[in-house]
Write a protein that binds this ligand. Structure first.
Ligand SMILES: Nc1nc2c(c(=O)[nH]1)N[C@H]1C(S)=C(S)[C@@H](COP(=O)(O)O)O[C@H]1N2
Ligand SMILES: [Mo]
Length: 432
């Protein structure tokens, strides 16, 4: 001991810590692997639900989408944001449990090992980037200059790719670590145990002895019960924090939890006509003079172009549908919508409805803006619940909700529920 102190005093630079210096029982492969399974599963859910939203906004022929079931988009995006929120405490916990591995010695053992460490760096960086930008997006705060949607989508592939590499590389550690029980003695890396003068508790599980060197290392010697309590306490705290964060957010889409929803930027119970407003008329620069009595819906189809006033539309068959507005940002709200079926308008314009039917291209009188246009695919046009809505919850739509007319359709992203519609064009299917 005295000799070690001597040497330390002589060297001017403090020695970098080594993995085995981190004494907490939390830095244990069993803890890291368990948190990792939760984090990896949450990321996978976020990825798949994100892809689902992506194909809605960028349709492809091999993944047909339709109006049934009406609630599917709402549920998937609630999961997207809920699981994304869960990732925040899980990622912090994972980083805390695993960070001693940063100090492994030697830092690089060869080209493969260097690649593996690089993939972890990419994973941590991109995962953090996704969570930070994703959460800020739900608050509609964009303190950056890139387009959020495209970057969030592209980065998600990098996260999932480096996650797969990470899991693949670590499988020989993960599998025995998950099989081992938390309450067993310390997991000891045989190589370190040999170097260390401290007595360590070996456990009999042969699997664990085969953990490759350079991976997570054991805690300092301590009573097994104390270490077990520390690990259990940590895992419980992680679970409680994660469930808590989700519970305090999902009220924006799960109505009974709305009173708890203090972390969510939106309360689905608050908004004019009983529905929150994402983009106000003022922010879309839609003013009451462009939606006055002179407003017309231009309807174009095989039979030509007609101009319909709001009274013309109100004179057509009116239909009612109870449908949610389900925003990509994770909030959703049910409402009762009333208006003209889009299929009736397509037929009036001489278009085909049903199998092999026409799509409808929708335009808003909003000038510019990413969501001033959308397409209703034939499968949506055919639905009885796809409306050019004129009324909301028993009143005429107000300007913020899209007066004089807006699209509302089942199982459709909020961003495609175009407001302030002034043109519908019956077109050949956009994707065949
Ligand atoms: N023309 C136009 N329509 C739009 C938008 C927009 O920016 N412009 N925003 C969309 C988004 S992101 C959502 S979530 C819904 C919200 O509808 P609401 O404000 O009536 O709740 O409107 C959609 N319709
Ligand atoms: Mo939205």
């Amino acid at each position: 001991m005295a000799k070690v102190e001597d040497e330390t005093r002589r060297s001017r630079l403090p020695r970098l810590p080594r993995t085995e210096d981190f004494a907490s029982a939390i830095h244990d492969p069993r803890v890291v692997a368990r948190v990792g399974v939760l984090l990896g599963s949450a990321f996978l859910l976020v990825f798949l639900t994100g892809l689902y939203s992506h194909v809605h906004q960028n349709p492809v022929a091999w993944f047909p989408l339709g109006p049934d079931p009406a609630w599917l988009y709402r549920v998937t995006q609630g999961i997207h944001v809920g699981a994304g929120i869960a990732c925040v405490p899980l990622l912090l916990a994972k980083l805390y449990a695993a960070y001693p591995a940063l100090f492994e010695q030697p830092p690089v053992r060869g080209p493969l090992h260097a690649l593996e460490r690089l993939s972890v760096a990419v994973l941590v960086a991109t995962a953090t980037f996704q969570l930070v930008t994703g959460v800020l997006n739900t608050f509609q705060w964009y303190p950056w200059s890139f387009g959020f949607v495209g970057v969030h989508y592209a980065t998600s592939w990098v996260v999932i790719g480096s996650l797969l590499i990470h899991v693949g590389v670590k499988l020989p550690v993960i599998v025995p670590a998950l099989r081992a029980r938390i309450k067993d003695g310390e997991i000891v890396d045989p190589e370190i145990a040999d170097e260390s003068p401290l007595p360590r508790t070996h456990i009999s599980d042969g699997d664990l002895m085969s953990i490759p060197d350079g991976d997570l290392h054991p805690a300092e010697d301590r009573s097994t019960t104390e270490a077990t309590a520390t690990r259990r306490g940590f895992l419980t705290a992680v679970a409680v924090t994660t469930l808590g964060a989700v519970a305090l957010t999902v009220g924006q889409t799960v109505r009974p939890l709305a009173p708890l929803s203090v972390l969510a930027p939106r309360d689905p119970r608050v908004g004019s006509q009983g529905v929150p407003v994402n983009k106000t008329a003022a922010s879309a620069q839609v003013t009451s003079d462009v939606v006055g009595p002179a407003w017309r819906l231009e309807l174009e189809g095989p039979d030509g172009v007609v101009q319909l006033s709001r009274d013309d539309l109100l004179a057509m068959d009116q239909h009612t549908a109870d449908l949610p507005i389900a925003c990509v940002e994770g909030w959703s709200a049910m409402a009762t919508w009333q208006g003209v079926r889009v299929r009736d308008l397509v037929e009036r314009a001489g278009g085909r409805v049903g199998d092999g039917g026409h799509d409808v291209s929708v335009a808003s009188l909003q000038v510019g803006g990413a969501y001033s246009r959308s397409v209703l695919q034939a499968s949506y046009v055919a639905s009885d619940d796809t409306l050019l809505a004129l009324r909301l919850n028993g009143q005429d739509l107000n300007l913020d909700h899209g007066y004089p007319a807006r699209i509302i359709a089942p199982n459709r992203p909020g961003v495609l529920q175009t407001k302030w519609v002034n043109r519908l064009a019956v077109v050949e299917p956009v994707i065949a």
